[in-house]
Design a protein around this ligand. Structure first.
Ligand SMILES: [Zn+2]
Length: 129
């Protein structure tokens, strides 16, 4: 069983919904939502609104902390590779695997093992085989 965690939206408790209400009749209050998992903000916010609230308060600081993009990133033939799977719906054993270059449209076959283990292309799109 996974542990409960709180929504990280800084204004979560200000949204007036039934499930946020706590306390006795004479001392009602709204609390931040608590769940075992969330769908937004990579599993840290209960709603799109809470995700945007988080970004509005902390987003710029996060960018400064992790480093802003100060130069254009460039896609060239060298880093335009992605792994792909071509499904054979009649016989899954016949699926084919290949690397594909978005700029040149070149295809090169790879093995299923290279596909499964992310061995053919680096995370920045370069051929690793
Ligand atoms: Zn929330």
């Amino acid at each position: 069983m996974s542990q409960l965690k709180y929504c990280q939206g800084p204004r979560c408790h200000t949204y007036d919904t039934k499930d946020r209400k706590r306390g006795p009749k004479d001392n009602k209050r709204n609390e931040t939502r608590r769940r075992s998992s969330f769908y937004y903000l990579d599993g840290n916010a209960c709603s799109m609104q809470c995700m945007y609230d988080w970004f509005n308060v902390y987003g710029s600081r996060a960018l400064d902390h992790f480093g802003r993009t100060t130069q254009p990133k460039v896609l060239t033939q060298d880093n335009a590779w992605r792994v792909r799977r071509s499904y054979n719906w009649d016989d899954r054993q016949q699926d084919t695997f290949y690397v594909y270059n978005y700029l040149t449209q070149e295809r090169r076959p790879i093995t299923e093992q290279q596909y499964d283990n992310d061995l053919a292309v680096t995370t920045d799109g370069r051929l690793a085989i």
